[in-house]
Design a protein around this ligand. Structure first.
Ligand code: SAM
Length: 284
């Protein structure tokens, strides 16, 4: 394996482990060792990671409160030919972490931005959850206040894709309680807690059963957690038969997405509600 070469004038977006240090990639180590400076959310936190890999390099802070000021400074350094890595406290930068404004700014200036992929809690959880992964939505953190959380969940009631959320385990009982209230107790939920760490737990059940399980075991309310929610299941009988008949004709001639959009337009139904049916019809 050849050592990665760092290109001058490039901003590297470097993923770091979400718990288990063994998940760092060789490319991440090479880049973090060789860039001119590492921009990180919390310099002390990142110093611990760098020490674990005997990486000696300079760091500068880039967090939610100084990102807008830092972006000009970093862009100027890149224009001078410096190479810079961006890391967050854990996982992939920009995914519910700072960096979006910086990356957009650099791309608008035509500067080179290159990802060094690695761990991401949402994707790790999804890969082991056992819920459909062909289509999914990442919803980030749900609101911390119950009223706003219930409003958000109600808005997602008819979402047919698998939904991925970040949440604090200490809020898990309230969040799942709100899922029961807004979407019903039968909705399937997966809790992926402490991924890649000693107490990794992946547990799935209906929202109602999960509530009882959480209430019995306070250990499940510790650490870090990804919550995955099954999408709304469209029962064929809920869709008028003439819509299904039209959809059947359309999927014979068109890709499922296009067929759904046309049928949804003609009959004024939601196209998301038709997609699973269209896929089934396509198979027949
Ligand atoms: N950028 C990160 C990523 O790529 O996953 C996410 C950062 S976000 C501020 C932190 C949230 O990610 C936590 O509150 C939790 O929901 C989730 N998370 C991070 N590490 C985790 C882990 N080891 N197990 C489960 N969830 C984790």
């Amino acid at each position: 394996m050849t050592e990665t070469q760092v290109n001058s004038g490039t901003l590297y977006i470097v993923a770091t482990p979400i718990g288990n240090l063994g998940d760092i990639s060789q490319r991440a180590i090479d880049i973090l060792s060789q860039v001119d400076i590492i921009a990180c959310e919390d310099t002390r936190h990142t110093q611990r990671l760098l020490s674990a890999f005997a990486i000696k390099n300079k760091t500068m802070s880039l967090h939610d409160h100084n990102e807008r000021q830092r972006q000009d400074q970093i862009a100027a350094m890149l224009q001078e030919g410096k190479s810079i890595a961006l890391v967050s406290d854990a996982g992939t930068p920009l995914i519910s972490d700072p960096g979006f404004h910086l990356v957009r700014h650099c791309r608008q200036l035509g500067l080179s931005v290159s990802p060094i992929p690695g761990a991401c809690a949402a994707i790790a959880a999804l890969s082991a959850a056992g819920l459909p992964t062909d289509r999914f939505t990442f919803e980030g953190f749900l609101p911390s206040k119950s009223g706003a959380r219930q409003a958000k969940l109600t808005e997602l009631n008819e979402e047919t894709r698998t939904m991925v959320f970040y949440d604090a385990p200490r809020r898990a009982i309230d969040t799942i309680g709100d899922i029961v209230k807004t979407l019903g107790g039968e909705r399937y939920v997966v809790i992926a807690r402490e991924l890649t760490k000693t107490f990794e737990t992946i547990h799935s059940d209906t929202a109602e059963n999960l509530l009882a399980w959480l209430a019995k075991d306070p250990n499940q309310l510790k650490g870090e957690m990804v919550l995955i929610l099954e999408g709304h299941k469209v029962v064929k009988d809920e869709i008028p038969s003439q819509v299904i008949e039209t959809l059947k004709l359309l999927v014979d001639e068109l890709p499922p997405k296009k067929a759904c959009a046309i049928a949804a337009n003609i009959y004024g139904v939601k196209k998301n509600a038709l997609y699973e049916i269209a896929l089934e019809l396509k198979k027949v």
